[in-house]
Design a protein around this ligand. Structure first.
Ligand code: PLP
Length: 452
């Protein structure tokens, strides 16, 4: 008797492929709603039993009860947080990665997958203008990328003081840095050196002034700049910060998890000047480079430094660490060991569509953001809070209190007009759009604004 877990079941395959075909062909993708705990529990009650179930029944429960209780982040009307817009080619190839159990832990096990992932990483590194030797790996998200990069920054910082180990090290961050940065610093036991900024944007002058006014600045070993803040889409003064970092011998980490995709966009490329000096760089293709979850690229200027910090040492792993020059173990460049070859859907889509299609798709998100800003500026009762640097638009409905924004947000979702959530800007509750889906139109934005 063959083991039932491994029987090639054509009927089950058709069931799943048909579901996937249907999901990929949804036009438009419905926004759907958030879930009701009691109803979800009812749908799932008693489903996992010793004997199992007919797969059609389980898939039905998923399709009818569970999937509609997940807001579709790939809907062009999803404008909250940071949406997603995976290309069809990338989504389809993600199925190939799954069906082939493609892992990408080491060169020994997965050279073919790793070579292709590195090609995709190379495209991003080249857009950033990083040197030819730059490299790294794909990790699960910007948070994992920031953590892994800061671990390297910390170790390189410690080496400065060797053989002593100072009681504390600090990393310079601005208040607009992503929450994952402060979280990572907590995890690795490094204190933030909070840099006050004179304006909205963290500049080299801010960093210089903060260091100058601190008598213990010698324990600051790194600085984090953000290329596209998540809340407002602001690109820090990367060139200015890089220059101070160079002078003070600080590790320069650039968190471009959201904004880095706009390196592909000629209309804003000059705002990233200085990014080429990054010691480590994070760009999330699962945000604005049309890749499915979960895919973040982590690139180091000197990957060998990262390897000395992250390579795991165990007798059974000795075989993956040889002196072969072509060897490239993604597990050596971040805090992880086993990993899915999660860069391959991006690689496939880039290879199929070409970088011009990526340039155009990113530009369309930037364009709708500019159109939305213009429309808000022209609409009585609305105030645009800043001209967008990238594709995030902050604005206010004059006279609204926080509860008004909350009620409005819930209504928009209930009526399936849009998913838009408020944020805080300079202490006030305001409305926020995050654009990136190439199929979001200014017409949809007008429809949303008309409900305010
Ligand atoms: C989204 C984001 C992160 C976190 O990335 P995840 O993929 O959600 O872990 C970090 N930094 C910035 C600037 C981001 O926009």
């Amino acid at each position: 008797m063959p083991n039932p877990l491994f029987v090639a079941d054509d009927e089950l395959a058709s069931l799943i492929f048909e579901y996937c075909r249907g999901r990929l062909n949804l036009d438009p993708v419905p926004l759907d709603l958030t879930g009701d705990k009691r109803r979800l529990e009812e749908a799932l009650a008693g489903l996992i039993t010793p004997e199992g179930n007919d797969p059609a029944r389980v898939l039905d429960i998923f399709a009818e009860k569970l999937a509609p209780a997940v807001i579709s982040c790939d809907s062009p009307r999803f404008l909250a947080f940071i949406p997603a817009a995976p290309s069809k080619a990338a989504l389809l190839f993600d199925m190939v990665v799954s069906a082939s159990s493609l892992q990408g832990t080491s060169w020994l096990e997965a050279a073919g997958a790793v070579a292709a992932e590195n090609q995709a990483l190379g495209v991003i590194a080249a857009q950033a203008g990083m040197p030819a030797g730059a490299g790294g790996c794909f990790v699960s998200g910007g948070s994992a990328g920031n953590l892994s990069a800061l671990v390297v920054a910390r170790e390189v910082g410690y080496r400065r003081f060797a053989p002593d180990r100072p009681a504390r090290l600090r990393v310079a961050v601005s208040t607009q840095a992503h929450s994952s940065i402060t979280k990572a610093l907590t995890v690795i036991g490094v204190e933030p050196f909070a840099v006050p900024t004179a304006g909205d944007r963290f500049t080299g002058a801010d960093l210089e002034a903060a260091l100058r006014s601190d008598p213990e600045e010698g324990d600051v070993v790194a600085v984090v700049a953000t290329a596209g803040t998540t809340n407002a889409g602001i690109i820090d003064d990367l060139a200015g910060i890089a220059a101070v970092a160079e002078r003070k011998n600080l590790w320069f980490h650039v968190d471009a998890a959201y904004g880095g995709a706009a390196l592909f966009a000629p209309s804003v490329r000059d705002r990233f000047a200085g990014i080429e000096h990054a010691d480590s760089l994070v760009v999330d293709p699962h945000k604005w480079l049309f890749a499915p979850f979960d895919c973040a690229s982590l690139i180091y200027r000197n990957p060998h430094l990262a390897r000395t910090v992250h390579a795991q040492d165990a007798g059974y792993l000795d075989v993956i660490h040889t002196d072969a020059p072509e060897e490239w173990n993604p597990s050596d460049y971040a805090y992880h060991l086993t990993r899915r070859a999660r860069g391959l859907p991006l690689w496939f889509s880039l290879a199929v569509h070409g970088t011009d299609a990526y340039r155009d798709a990113v530009e369309s998100g930037l364009r709708v953001a500019r159109q939305a800003a213009d429309l808000i500026r022209r609409t009585r009762g609305l105030t645009l809070l800043r001209q967008p640097d990238l594709s995030i638009v902050l604005f206010r409905r004059d006279g609204w209190a926080p509860a008004d924004y909350d009620g409005w947000s819930k209504r928009l979702l209930a009526e399936q007009i849009g998913f838009v959530t408020p944020t805080k800007w300079q202490g006030d509750t305001v409305a926020r759009f995050a654009f990136l889906h190439p199929e979001t139109t200014i017409g949809m934005v007008a429809e949303i604004l008309a409900t305010m």
